[in-house]
Design a protein around this ligand. Structure first.
Ligand code: SF4
Length: 409
């Protein structure tokens, strides 16, 4: 196999095989990969705009029984000092703050709470959609949908169909980590396995829900296991396009494992987990080259920091993600966002320009809302809400029972 021949295929706009992707991963020079990844980006998203989204991440509960070894976000049921379920009052306040900052979407995820009934989730989506019709709801990663299936006995088709009818617009790609069951059995044996993660996404694609795909590297996985993940995503995307004539995943986002405050960070293999910035950039390029059917690739500033995220824009990324406003999961595990988990729009523009690109605001379907091609333009400075510190148990299970009977606040 010849590295230059494979790279030339990419420059010609051709698909590369799994074996060719693995070969590039093992053999190609870093700058050759960057060049090929940028060529792929230009084939799929021509121009020099880098997009971003104004949205808010909301974690409705941190109660979880899944015990992933890389997670410091969750609290076990009964851990009154740490656990919480956000009430509608708290959620409403967060959404109103987001709207005042110009947000067009909320991205809502939570732990696998064993005592929340299925009606909690349907009520939540119905209430947000009717109270705040202007905000798009992207919520519940595949493992949460699987969990709802366990508590309700319903199929994924029923759950996603009902949630969509109530106002759900899309699913975040969270919980993908590495879609290879040897890795998943090792680090998160109680969490959704690869085929089921893809299976939930395929149902979402059949219903026309927007979805994204994610990947976390640094679980001591092999390069072949990374390629297995990418191949599963590419195949699912091919299937969505062939069956429904539309995209399944509209974006791909990867980052490196953060383990500082987690059980993995205390394991005897702790020095072998995680990845270097160079490895992240190499992976960013390979993903862009191989996933020739996923148009948008996001640079992950919350996990990688600004400088590496800017560099990723030169390794095939065309999007700078979202302003976040709040982030609780990777921050708890030790990502750079532990000290700063939100970016105002002015800072977002500055970072994208420093990277050498033109900032453009988009919506969650990647429609361009505004292009800011005047380098002197200064967006109005908006005060960001304080970062949520600690966890406050705001809703007891008794209250949840009342609340799911319709007596909502
Ligand atoms: S990563 Fe998600 S599923 Fe795993 S323990 Fe944390 S909250 Fe639970």
């Amino acid at each position: 196999m010849n590295t230059q021949t494979i790279l030339q295929k990419v420059h010609n706009g051709e698909r590369i095989t799994y074996e060719e992707g693995l070969h590039l991963y093992e053999e190609a020079e870093m700058l050759d990969l960057a060049e090929a990844a940028n060529a792929r980006r230009q084939q799929l998203v021509p121009g020099d705009l880098v997009t971003y989204l104004i949205d808010r991440n909301i974690n409705y509960t941190n109660v979880c029984v899944t015990d992933c070894s890389f997670c410091n976000f969750y609290a076990l049921p009964g851990d009154d000092a740490k656990s919480y379920v956000n009430s509608k009052a708290v959620l409403g306040q967060k959404i109103e703050e987001a709207l005042s900052l110009g947000a067009t979407r909320i991205l809502m995820q939570g732990g696998h709470h064993p005592d929340l009934p299925y009606e909690y989730y349907t009520d939540l989506v119905r209430w947000i959609h009717t109270t705040y019709p202007a905000i798009e709801i992207n919520a519940f990663s595949p493992s949460e949908i699987q969990h709802m299936g366990f508590v309700s006995g319903k199929s994924w088709e029923e759950i996603l169909g009902e949630l969509k009818a109530l106002g759900l617009a899309g699913l975040p790609g969270g919980g993908g980590e590495i879609l290879d069951d040897e890795v998943r059995q090792r680090v998160s044996p109680k969490k959704i396995m690869s085929e089921d993660w893809i299976g939930v996404m395929k149902v979402a694609h059949s219903l026309g829900l927007t979805t994204t795909s994610t990947m976390v590297i640094g679980f001591r996985e092999t390069l072949a296991q990374r390629m297995n993940h990418l191949k599963r995503l590419r195949d699912a995307q091919d299937e969505a396009q062939a069956k429904y004539g539309r995209l399944g995943f509209n974006a791909f986002i990867s980052w490196t494992l953060q383990i500082e405050n987690t059980p993995l960070g205390r394991s005897r293999f702790r020095d072998e987990y995680g990845s270097t910035p160079a490895e992240y950039l190499r992976h960013t390029a390979i993903s862009r080259i191989f996933l020739d059917n996923v148009p948008h690739h996001q640079a992950s500033w919350p996990t990688m920091g600004q400088k590496i995220a800017q560099t990723a824009l030169h390794f095939g990324c065309d999007d700078y993600g979202s302003t976040m406003i709040e982030e609780n999961v990777v921050s708890a595990a030790g990502a750079p966002t532990a000290t700063k988990c939100a970016m105002n729009v002015g800072e977002m523009h500055r970072q994208i320009r420093l990277g050498g690109f033109i900032p453009a605001q988009r919506d969650s379907s990647y429609h361009i809302l505004n292009v800011y091609d005047d380098p002197n333009y200064q967006p109005p400075v908006v005060e960001l809400p304080p970062v949520q510190q600690g966890f406050v148990p705001v809703l007891s299970l008794d209250e949840i029972k009342i609340h799911t009977q319709g007596n909502s606040n």
